[in-house]
Design a binder for this molecule. Structure first.
Ligand code: FCB
Length: 441
């Protein structure tokens, strides 16, 4: 789960504004004008969330610490926030659940955006300071850390397509934001090693599986462009310490030089304890004169065949296996943690009060099977976190699209297990019995 998606109480407890507060208020930015102001009420009462974790029998649970809740513009730690996160983390430990804590899950403090946001190295410095404070104050309760979640989305949807906060539309800014986030990751990794020794640290990148629509040279080139922007721009710096060869031709020498200003690319690949992989997408890419993709120039993505998610994303387990094997090829010795994988559906509760999300059950069967097959082919996948425990504020999609194993009744904050929750509980029990992989949620 992530803080802005579940906590609500955005104006309470000394929290300052984040870019998602201001962005969600813009007319048209989110479906139906939804915001995270109330969300799942996890700040008011994390009890329902902890009960759901216990119900599933998870070994480990991923959550994020809200940066604008934790430290203010003056760098002072907010004691109310410390008390809240300590209570949640202690609650997890009492259940025998290892917390995996993400430090940046898109809720940049607005005051930092006002100073340039992720296009400014100052934001990376502030992030390292926040990581240090979080490690000092929470480190005794945290085993594992994710520095940055999905820098692709935060950079290219935040600063180019404008679909995410802060809603900017400037390609050079997006490229800079990509590298500044990776630089912030490298700084936070160093800081966590020092302030929370013994903790395991990684990043979480979202990787999509892409195929060219044909072997015509223009489609192959379109595929390469999409793969550059969506995958290699992050995979290569973070795992190999280099900028992809074709980045200069695509983005231009000027923007690339500006994006790298003050950043040591070799440093970005400083070894982490795991590679966090978020996986959702499979697309077939073709060249398109005008271009219909919000991020990659001159490409169109073909409509995907059924089965699809509620919002048209391919349900294609073989894609997941390919992504895991690709990461394993780049970093053969590093454990892979699947930090997110899941499916958005228009779930509903039937007249008998049950939510029968049979599509999510089928999704889980397919994707867990694909992961097992990647493991059998040599990928060192050591953890799996299903996205997500419960329905929550789904960014630009607001509350319409649901990803949870638990159905969230937003009016009351109550959580109820869907059919998929019962299925996942069985999967966990079986996996534990077989002692094959660590399974989380
Ligand atoms: C990922 C985000 C996560 C959630 C899922 C569905 O891109 O990291 O917060 O929105 O998608």
């Amino acid at each position: 789960m992530s803080a802005y998606q579940v906590e609500g109480a955005t104006r309470a407890g000394g929290r300052v504004e984040s870019i998602w507060d201001t962005f969600a208020r813009r007319p048209g930015a989110t479906t139906r004008g939804d915001t995270g102001e109330v969300a799942c009420r996890a700040y008011e009462d994390p009890g329902a969330m902890l009960d759901a974790v216990a119900w599933l029998g998870l070994d480990t649970f991923r959550l994020s610490v809200s940066w604008p809740r934790f430290v203010g513009p003056d760098g002072a730690v907010n004691e109310e926030a410390v008390a809240y996160y300590r209570r949640v983390l202690a609650g997890l430990r009492e259940l025998g659940v290892r917390p995996l804590v993400t430090l940046y899950h898109w809720d940049l403090p607005q005051w930092l955006e006002d100073r340039g946001g992720w296009t400014s190295l100052g934001t990376a410095d502030a992030f390292v300071a926040f990581a240090t404070r979080a490690a000092e104050r929470l480190g005794d309760l945290v085993d594992d850390w994710v520095t940055i979640n999905e820098p692709f989305c935060a950079a290219f949807h935040g600063y180019l397509s404008g679909l995410h906060a802060p809603g900017r539309t400037d390609e050079a800014a997006a490229l800079r934001a990509a590298f500044v986030q990776m630089h912030a990751h490298a700084g936070a990794l160093r800081a966590l090693r020092e302030a929370a020794p013994g903790g395991r640290v990684g990043f979480a990148i979202n990787l999509s599986d892409l195929a060219p629509a044909s072997d015509r040279p223009e489609d192959l080139a379109a595929h390469a462009r999409a793969d550059l922007v969506e995958n290699r721009l992050f995979l290569e710096p973070l795992l190999l310490g280099r900028v992809p060869d074709d980045a200069e031709a695509y983005f231009g020498a000027g923007p690339l030089v500006a994006a790298l200003d003050g950043i040591d690319v070799a440093e970005l690949a400083r070894p982490t304890d795991f590679v966090g992989v978020n996986h959702y997408e499979h697309n077939v890419v073709r060249a398109h004169e005008v271009g219909t993709d919000p991020v990659v120039r001159g490409v169109a993505k073909l409509p995907v065949p059924e089965p699809r998610s509620g919002h048209g994303v391919a349900v294609h387990p073989a894609a997941f296996e390919r992504v895991l094997l690709r990461v394993a090829e780049h970093a053969p010795d590093r454990p892979i943690w699947v930090t997110e994988n899941g499916v958005g559906l228009w779930d509903y509760v039937g007249p008998d009060g049950a939510c029968r999300d049979v599509e999510r059950v089928a999704y889980l069967t397919g994707y867990v099977g694909a992961m097992a097959s990647a493991i059998a082919r040599g990928a060192r996948v050591e953890a799996y976190y299903f996205w997500s425990l419960m329905d929550s504020f789904e960014w630009a999609q607001g509350y319409q699209l649901r990803y949870g194993l638990f159905y969230t009744d937003y009016a009351s904050g109550r959580l109820a297990p869907k059919l998929s929750a019962a299925h996942y509980r069985d999967v966990i029990t079986a996996a534990r019995a077989a002692e094959t992989a660590a399974v989380g949620g």
